[in-house]
Ligand binder design. Structure first.
Ligand SMILES: Cc1cc2nc3c(=O)[nH]c(=O)nc-3n(C[C@H](O)[C@H](O)[C@H](O)COP(=O)(O)OP(=O)(O)OC[C@H]3O[C@@H](n4cnc5c(N)ncnc54)[C@H](O)[C@@H]3O)c2cc1C
Ligand code: FES
Length: 282
């Protein structure tokens, strides 16, 4: 069992959880992930390791379906049945010069650990976080404290630049030489934003989030197309060269189980309501 040291809500549907998992914490590197199974009957869900502190790891997740909604309901002092990891290849890291890290929505959660690794490797680090509106901005203070320069963008202009993170990236590129870019967010955001660096030939890395089951390269559910070849995101990634990823295939595969996922969430919510009703009347 893995003890939850702290659990808190950061924004609408976005939660942060510190879980005591020494075997993961002692080996985790930027870019890697874990697979959680809440209880014996639970589904396995992959979540990025967004920070490490001593024996604990932090995950930041959005409660969008059955398992993430269940996870969000757990409190400090509760526990998780299985935590497998660290999984996947760590972020490609070296001394490049100026690195720009771009986050979209909950994907921004993965930036601070990469920013720290890039700083430690001797790079100048520029952070850009994009969100739909000001209330959805996460990890801002962490990014401000580690980055040499930091920018915010909101779709509705409620904070920072009024527009997309991709526009801010273009402004930075127009002002100075950029040597390496990471973009982490929804598939469509990574697809569109990485076009900004293609013509300039700037190596750009994205972290892909296909459906994963075993996380060890055995089941094939996480296959993605990169440079015309099939890759398994759990063992060959999740980080890949953005300019070689077929995002259309990724987005198509992500939509594949939507009806089943909706039904599963509805069944879970009905079950929670029935239990609460039982408490009331019991
Ligand atoms: C390497 C990796 C790292 C991730 N890191 C984070 C993170 O740090 N924070 C975060 O909020 N989310 C992260 N995700 C996505 C997260 O795993 C899904 O949101 C979660 O599995 C949804 O489960 P659910 O039962 O709540 O929702 P469901 O209703 O089952 O699914 C909702 C959506 O989540 C995705 N999804 C569902 N099952 C899986 C699965 N087994 N594997 C991957 N995606 C799935 C699909 O896009 C689906 O449409 C990551 C995914 C991958 C592959
Ligand atoms: S999750 Fe099964 S092969 Fe990657």
């Amino acid at each position: 069992m893995f003890y939850i040291e702290k659990s808190e809500q950061l924004a609408d549907k976005v939660h942060q959880m510190w879980v005591r998992a020494p075997h993961v914490a002692h080996h985790a590197l930027a870019g890697q992930f874990v697979i959680f199974r809440i209880d014996e009957k639970g589904e396995r869900i992959p979540l990025t390791i967004s920070a490490v502190d001593g024996d604990a790891i932090r995950v930041i997740f959005m409660a969008i379906g059955k398992t993430t909604t269940h996870l969000a309901s757990l409190k400090s002092g509760d526990s998780i049945r299985d935590v497998a990891g660290p999984l996947g290849k760590p972020s490609e890291m070296g001394t490049y010069g100026t690195c720009v890290l771009v986050g979209g929505g909950v994907g921004s959660a993965n930036l601070p650990i990469i920013a720290r690794a890039a700083k430690a490797a001797g790079n100048r680090v520029i952070g850009i976080i994009g969100a739909r509106n000001a209330s959805l901005i996460i990890v801002e203070n962490e990014m401000r404290s580690v980055c040499d320069e930091f920018f915010l963008a909101t779709d509705d202009g409620s904070r920072g630049f009024h527009g997309f993170a991709a526009d801010v990236l273009k402004q930075v590129m127009a002002k100075e030489r950029v040597d390496r870019v990471w973009i982490i967010g929804p598939a469509i955001m990574m697809k569109v934003t990485s076009e900004a660096t293609r013509a300039a030939g700037i190596r750009t890395l994205v972290s892909l989030n296909p459906i994963m089951v075993d996380g060890t390269g055995m089941c094939g559910s996480c296959r993605v197309m990169v440079d015309g070849m099939t890759k398994f995101a759990c063992v060959d990634g999740p980080e890949f060269d953005a300019h070689k990823v077929d995002f259309n295939v990724l987005m198509q595969r992500l939509r594949m189980y939507q009806p089943e996922e909706k039904e599963s969430l509805e069944r879970y919510q009905a079950h929670v309501c029935a239990c609460r009703g039982g408490e009331h009347h019991g």
